[in-house]
Design a protein around this ligand. Structure first.
Ligand code: CU
Length: 116
């Protein structure tokens, strides 16, 4: 009788372990803290300005074959050199408007507005 109880406990632990690993799989798609947003560099343009909520991780991806940088106008984040296909991300914790440009092609500009 005691061994049957022990077996039941063992099965419960195994089931818990299996369901635990299942729920861990989607982590890459939906961050647990905050949300994510994307900026795509294409045709020597950062595209339209974006607006996000505080805590959002913005990923900038360079879809051009030419190299670009994602450079903060006020050094909020370290300037990122992006070869073709490369990306860089930064999490915006504080509200404000953050302007950026490409240091190789200074006419390429854009902004992220963070709302509290
Ligand atoms: Cu550029």
């Amino acid at each position: 009788m005691f061994s049957r109880f022990a077996l039941t406990v063992l099965l419960a632990v195994v089931v818990a372990a299996c369901s635990g690993s299942d729920s861990a799989e989607p982590d890459g798609e939906s961050p647990q803290n905050g949300v994510s947003a994307a900026i795509t560099i294409a045709g020597f343009s950062f595209g339209d300005p974006i607006e996000v909520v505080a805590g959002t991780t913005v990923t900038v991806t360079n879809d051009d074959s030419a190299a670009h940088t994602w450079t903060s106008s006020d050094d909020t984040w370290p300037s990122a050199a992006l070869g073709g296909g490369e990306s860089f991300d930064f999490t915006f914790e504080e509200a404000g408007t953050y302007e950026f440009f490409c240091s190789i092609h200074p006419t390429m500009t854009g902004s992220v507005t963070v709302t509290g």
